[in-house]
Design a protein around this ligand. Structure first.
Ligand code: HEM
Length: 179
């Protein structure tokens, strides 16, 4: 396989992971609001959240493995877990943001599996770091990616950001609804 093949795999899996994580964060935030009541019951939104949450794993691993093989990207194994040490100077910040996002989402996913053994408040605060991960992911994809200028990709990304903002404002105004 040549470098272009790895590059295409990295782009496809990165964009699909972005779409899946967007749905996961949106459905998670929607769970305690009534904003989507006209569209679906809380149980359906919960199912969507549970379904989309682990889907990112194979996609992001494929994204990273493809980039490790792609000589142009010049990603080393250490860049996958330690942010802002990659030698490719112009992309130091955007690639580092991808690493931060990866680290946070990994912790959020593992703690989701360990939830029953954890203190609920600690679990909740760890879980809320997903918003930080999403912001880091947004700028990672926008500034290191090739396809973010494409109308479809840009529309998806900005509608997710707008959706998160609307849900966030509704939680500030109406508070967090009980489960
Ligand atoms: C949560 C984990 C991650 C997700 C969801 C993700 C997603 C994305 C997305 C959506 C793009 C834009 C693709 C495009 O525009 O075609 C991208 C590009 C890129 N990502 Fe990630 N990424 C993640 C983690 C990482 C990590 C840990 C690294 C390496 C340390 C990395 C390195 C790159 C590079 C080098 C590009 C540019 C690829 C190109 O040349 O188009 N990503 N990523």
């Amino acid at each position: 396989m040549d470098d272009l093949t790895f590059w295409f795999i990295a782009r496809i899996t990165g964009l699909t992971a972005f779409a899946v994580l967007s749905l996961s964060v949106l459905s998670g935030e929607a769970l305690r609001t009534s904003v989507l009541d006209f569209l679906a019951k809380n149980r359906a939104i919960r199912r969507l959240h549970d379904f989309t949450t682990p889907l990112w794993l194979p996609l992001v691993f494929a994204h990273i493995i493809a980039l490790l093989f792609d000589k142009t990207a010049a990603i080393r194994p250490i860049d996958v877990v330690v942010p802002f040490v990659n030698p490719y100077e112009p992309y130091l910040l955007p690639i580092g943001l991808g690493t931060i996002s990866f680290d946070i989402i990994m912790v959020v996913t593992v703690t989701s599996w360990l939830r029953s053994r954890m203190n609920n408040t600690l679990w909740m605060w760890i879980h809320r770091t997903s918003y930080i991960a999403f912001v880091a992911l947004f700028f990672h994809a926008a500034y290191s990616g090739t396809d973010f200028d494409a109308p479809l990709v840009s529309a998806l990304a900005w509608s997710t950001a707008a959706g998160l903002a609307i849900l966030g404002v509704s939680r500030i105004i109406w508070g967090r609804l009980p489960a």
